[in-house]
Design a binder for this molecule. Structure first.
Ligand SMILES: [Zn+2]
Length: 371
């Protein structure tokens, strides 16, 4: 079977892949030489190699493909689809006959790719902020176990349903607990420390700062959570109009927070890790972030905004794209961090620096070459 997804992204290298080379950002006047080829087991078997005439870095046509360095380039696209179709990683692994660590690595790569792809739309999305009210709310979930709850806060357009951004915050386990559960929580907290109670306010403030330009005229809807009010007071944007709705108000289409309520239902429906009472919950905070980055890109660019009238995607409604994207188009070519750039908060997610205190052998990832 011809394997189109493993085809090289471009026949002519678009720029030098070395981030330290002067021709990495701007390829005007760039010269490179062909430098032989190598053979590989998947199609196309013959891969052209090149060398930069400026920095002498060797590379190949595969360097610019989203499947660079993969032994199974054919898996990247189907794994993306399975991820947003609500499958657990071990289920996906069984489907393709590989070990689940392979799926995990592919999801991490897809997550990084999607974080960068989302950044390419950020500036254009910011110019459309005045077009519609925004709505912000958190989804309760957890990673590693019920003792480690997380709040996944999203910022969504009320009419376009475009997801502008999200932030994942560690919370302390609360709510009804048995005496044994309280004792266990105390033991864990003694050993591993307690999540910062001010983390939510801090993260919300950072989320708003990254997404709302200073003095942006926006209407923001939230529920009555005190952290939102504190963060908005600290933001000091006189042009921002804040409207609150009680979280117990009926969650119908008439509810002012409908867009985010629907978004969260869809998050639980599409991601196996956010389903209630599941065994497929994420084991690390960083995994929640990678998986949600994939979901966000798919929701904005591929999935129709309305299921009943599937005419346009959220990105189309906002005027960011003129057609529905396919998963193949999302993975068309490799994205380079330095060429795109990202706010510090997103960079931490990209570099895998969100360490889970409860996970064994947890450490921040270090990627020397991989982008
Ligand atoms: Zn170079």
């Amino acid at each position: 079977m011809p394997n189109r997804s493993s085809a090289p992204a471009a026949t002519t290298p678009p720029h030098c892949p070395n981030p330290d080379c002067v021709f990495h950002l701007d390829s005007t006047g760039w010269r490179f030489k062909r430098a032989g080829f190598f053979l590989r087991k998947t199609r196309p078997h013959r891969i052209q190699r090149y060398r930069c005439s400026q920095c002498h870095r060797a590379f190949s046509s595969q360097t610019f493909s989203s499947t660079y360095w993969l032994r199974r380039p054919d898996l990247l696209e189907p794994v993306f689809r399975a991820e947003v179709a609500g499958s657990g990683h071990r289920q996906i692994a069984r489907q393709f006959g590989v070990v689940h660590a392979t799926i995990q690595r592919l999801i991490e790569r897809l997550g990084r790719h999607c974080l960068l792809l989302h950044e390419t739309f950020r500036k254009a999305a910011q110019t459309k902020l005045g077009d519609e009210p925004l709505v912000m709310d958190g989804l309760g979930t957890f990673a590693g176990g019920q003792y480690w709850p997380l709040e996944l806060t999203g910022l969504i357009g009320t009419r376009s349903y475009y997801s502008h951004d999200f932030v994942v915050t560690e919370r302390r386990r609360a709510g009804t607990m048995t005496a044994l559960q309280k004792k266990r929580r105390a033991v864990y907290e003694e050993k591993l420390g307690r999540p910062d109670p001010k983390a939510l306010t801090r993260d919300i403030l950072e989320l708003l700062r990254t997404n709302l330009p200073a003095h942006a005229r926006v209407e923001l809807r939230t529920d009555e959570k005190s952290e939102y009010r504190t963060a908005l007071n600290r933001l000091q944007n006189p042009e921002l109009e804040h409207h609150t709705t009680h979280s117990k108000a009926p969650r119908t289409a008439k509810n002012p927070l409908f867009a985010i309520n629907a978004h969260h239902m869809f998050v639980r429906h599409s991601g196996a890790n956010h389903k209630r009472e599941t065994v497929a919950f994420s084991k690390r905070i960083q995994a929640v972030i990678h998986r949600h980055a994939i979901f966000q890109v798919w929701r904005n660019l591929v999935k129709a905004a309305s299921e009943r009238r599937p005419t346009a995607t959220p990105a189309q409604r906002l005027g960011l794209t003129d057609a529905r994207w396919s998963v193949r188009r999302i993975l068309q070519s490799r994205l380079f961090l330095r060429r795109i750039g990202a706010p510090e908060r997103v960079l931490r997610c990209y570099r895998g620096e969100n360490v889970s205190r409860f996970a064994r052998n947890e450490r921040a990832c270090s990627y020397r070459f991989a982008a």
